[in-house]
Write a protein that binds this ligand. Structure first.
Ligand SMILES: Cc1cc2nc3c(=O)[nH]c(=O)nc-3n(C[C@H](O)[C@H](O)[C@H](O)COP(=O)(O)O)c2cc1C
Length: 329
């Protein structure tokens, strides 16, 4: 089934999850080029965007090649969330996603993110204001509920559907679980029973087999993949091909990973500038080289570099050396 949001038909049902500090424009472009059906921006706090903060504006930046562009907003005040949604739309967002799933104390203490699952009246006002403010589709990301005693995702989903939300994503954990335990894909089925909208299941999906199982247990139409994509922007594309019946794929070979890591570095320099780009790339590089025999030395080398040419060389040599070591073994 092709998922359609308004007039936008998505390429496939495997989406890259929004991850603050990770899925910036650089990462999203690569994931999309490598086959993700949809990519979503890092969360932007509505008021931060409206204040014109540099970081807020950076987070809504996008590239044409990642379209359709989904910008994720968080907030707890209906007027400003609506205004922020309109601004994001004016800046090019083709989809607005509302975050009601973030468990972070900093966000929840301001009654945003998953704290809204305890305030369904406020959640409804926020959704209504956002839907009224824009002409593009509005989607919603949530958890199963605040805690085990209040798994109210179906209720919030029903409210959202009545207010005109176009798609719902559910991370199969409660807020109080943070990231502990296992995502409960079967629990997402209660949301399936509650609404007829396109439904996305999220949490602990790391392979086509996981995706298949999560879809069966939840009855969802699509999957969203987060942490398993760290250092693996090709993963959503691989899972999508697996779901469409293609043979299971190996991880890309070392020369391919080398060229993706280098492409990622260039995109980060473009997006963040040299100083921040070099610094922020280090964590991605650590994920790219995870499991290589020269992982430790490669990471130590990158972490001491500030010159982008030195970084380029260190990235290339890390993968070349890993290949030589593998061939010699
Ligand atoms: C570092 C990090 C940052 C995240 N940032 C966001 C965010 O900005 N917005 C959001 O809705 N979820 C955010 N999440 C949650 C993910 O989108 C996803 O729901 C969660 O990681 C579960 O999926 P996974 O098991 O595939 O990682 C973040 C998760 C991580 C690990």
């Amino acid at each position: 089934m092709t998922i359609t949001l308004g007039t936008i038909a998505l390429d496939n049902p495997v989406f890259l999850a929004p991850m603050s500090g990770i899925t910036d424009m650089a990462f999203r472009r690569i994931a999309r080029r490598l086959g993700a059906g949809l990519v979503v921006s890092e969360m932007v706090v509505g008021q931060e965007l409206l204040s014109g903060s540099r970081e807020g504006l950076r987070r809504v930046q996008y590239a044409d090649d990642e379209a359709p562009v989904a910008i994720q907003l968080a907030g707890n005040e209906a007027n400003s969330l609506g205004e922020a949604a309109r601004l994001a739309q004016d800046l090019g967002a083709q989809i607005i996603d509302i975050n009601m799933g973030c468990p972070a104390k900093k966000v929840c203490n301001g009654y945003a993110g998953s704290a809204l699952m305890r305030e369904l009246g406020l959640a409804a006002r926020l959704i209504a204001a956002t839907v009224a403010a824009v002409s593009v589709p509005v989607t919603l990301k949530m958890r199963l509920g605040w805690d085990d005693a209040s798994r109210n995702a179906p209720e919030l989903a029903r409210i959202a559907a009545d207010l005109g939300v176009a798609m719902i994503t559910v991370h199969g954990r409660t807020r109080c679980q943070f990231y502990k335990g296992e995502a409960d894909w079967s629990a997402v089925a209660a949301v399936r029973d509650a609404v007829d909208l396109p439904l996305v299941v999220n949490g602990d999906i790391a392979s086509a087999d996981d995706a298949r199982e999560a879809l069966i247990r939840s009855g969802a139409d699509a999957v969203m993949v987060g942490r398993a994509c760290q250092g693996r922007p090709w993963l959503p594309g691989q899972i999508a091909r697996g779901l469409s019946g293609e043979a299971p794929e190996d991880e890309p070979d070392l020369p391919t990973r080398r060229s993706i890591a280098l492409e990622h570095f260039e995109a980060m320099i473009d997006h963040h500038g040299v100083e921040l780009g070099v610094r922020c790339f280090r964590k991605h590089f650590a994920w790219y080289v995870e499991g290589l025999s020269n992982e430790k030395t490669a990471r130590a080398r990158i972490n001491s570099q500030t010159d982008p040419d030195e970084v380029r060389q260190a990235v290339a040599e890390a993968f070349d050396e890993a290949r030589e070591l593998a061939e010699a073994a």
